[in-house]
Design a protein. Structure first.
Length: 144
């Protein structure tokens, strides 16, 4: 169960996560089906199509990777409000492989009553290779 965090509880350097998970073939199909009624073979759903495009296996779609990166921030506490996320794709993300999502608080805006926090976030594979990196801005409420 997540605890409620408040702006005053957080310091620069605090860790966010980690969250460990894999993205299954079914997860990708479910994600794609939100936009597409008929799922056709593509580099996201078929190893064969991915191979024909020079990829070793089917990959997780970029927008899904962004959503997963955002989730490490929003799952940190029920009180988190995600304001912005920006990511850089360093490598493709395969299906059905262990991934670790983590973050760190890098900035705390205490000017003008702001409750914004800057964070670095990263997605790594089981070999600790960074697949996706990014930055996020979140806000937390002040203590009641």
């Amino acid at each position: 169960m997540k605890k409620n965090l408040y702006f005053e509880d957080v310091e620069i350097g605090d860790d966010i996560g980690p969250i460990k998970r894999s993205v299954t073939d079914e997860d990708v199909i479910e994600f794609i089906s939100v936009r597409e009624k008929k799922i056709t073979p593509s580099r996201f759903t078929s190893k064969e199509v991915a191979n024909s495009e020079g990829l070793p296996e089917a990959i997780v779609p970029g927008p899904m990777n962004i959503a997963l990166m955002a989730q490490v921030l929003t799952d940190w506490s029920d009180t988190v409000c995600l304001l912005k996320i920006d990511v850089v794709f360093r490598q493709t993300v395969p299906h059905n492989k262990g991934l670790t999502f983590s973050g760190i608080v890098t900035d705390k805006d205490e000017t003008g009553g702001s409750t914004k926090l800057g964070c670095d976030v990263v997605m790594e594979n089981s070999d600790e290779v960074k697949l996706v990196i990014g930055t996020g801005v979140i806000s937390l409420p002040n203590k009641p």
